[in-house]
Ligand binder design. Structure first.
Ligand code: F3S
Length: 275
């Protein structure tokens, strides 16, 4: 089996930065998973003794706590500081930006609309920075059920969302509201990996997308790959490869989510090349 790698794949700037920070703080612990990749979290635990807090209550004074890449809600940060923990912020700067925009625009009297998944840690964090009226949607149709408190709307997007869908939401918002402030907070790293996956999926027989099953940008890479290449599969590591997928195929495209480390990608490629 021949393997072709996407021209852009894998770790983004924010994840590389967070891992570097974690590696520099041995015997610390992260508030929530640092990134969406269990294997990398395991490596940080075994090689650098970086643990994980499940709850704020577990944090004790003088503990070193690393804030994960996707950020945490504002009140959780306040609680950590009040516990006199040493807080190291590994929130990606591209996630801090929508947090700050939401804070400013809500203080300035705007209703806030966030395009994203209400249950995603990043969105929970961004939402928490609103001082007033805030709504989260995933589909433009959900706008029909929203009664904005103010006639000025400011909108931000979860960093990993598709820009086409964001445009649909913005178009609909403009039809119904006098003032709409649109902030494009979608991250370029996600675009670059997505564009490369789209291109590659048009020329291969099978696509393998490597990444955490709960990582939203990895799931989006899969859905983009499937548009052109129905034989696209999402795996977390080489053990999940199935030889049957590769029968009668000659060229396999490989891409990886923004939280996937190179050492996992290498193992997967080595395995596919054996088929
Ligand atoms: Fe940050 Fe973009 Fe990565 S928001 S964590 S650089 S995908």
């Amino acid at each position: 089996m021949k393997v072709k790698l996407a021209s852009n794949y894998g770790f983004c700037f924010g994840v590389k930065r967070a891992i570097n920070i974690a590696e520099q703080h041995q015997n610390s612990a992260t508030m929530g998973p640092l990134i969406h990749n269990q294997k990398e979290i395991d490596r940080l635990q075994s090689d650098y003794k970086v643990g994980l807090y499940e709850n704020l209550e577990d944090v004790k004074p003088n503990d070193t706590v690393i804030i994960r890449t996707h950020g945490i809600p504002k009140n959780d940060l306040k609680t950590l500081k009040s516990k006199e923990a040493k807080v190291i912020n590994a929130t990606c700067p591209f996630v801090t930006t929508p947090q700050q925009i939401v804070k400013k625009m809500s203080t300035d009297g705007y209703s806030i609309l966030i395009f994203g998944d209400e249950n995603h840690p990043e969105v929970k964090g961004v939402k928490s920075y609103s001082e007033d009226d805030v709504h989260v949607i995933l589909e433009p149709t959900e706008l029909d059920n929203i009664d904005f408190k103010y006639d000025k709307i400011a909108t931000v997007a979860q960093t990993t969302r598709k820009k086409e869908k964001y445009l649909e939401i913005v178009n609909k918002l403009i039809l119904k509201n006098k003032e709409v402030r649109v902030f494009n907070t979608i991250c370029d790293a996600t675009f670059e990996n997505q564009d490369a996956a789209r291109e590659l999926s048009q020329e291969v027989d099978i696509m393998i997308v490597i990444g955490g099953k709960n990582s939203s940008n990895t799931k989006q890479l899969l859905s983009i790959a499937q548009e052109n290449c129905p034989q696209s599969y999402l795996i977390e590591d080489e053990k999940e490869l199935n030889t049957k997928w590769f029968e009668n195929k000659t060229l396999c495209g490989v891409t990886a989510g923004a939280s996937t480390p190179d050492w996992i990608i290498k193992k997967v490629i080595n395995q596919i090349e054996q088929y």
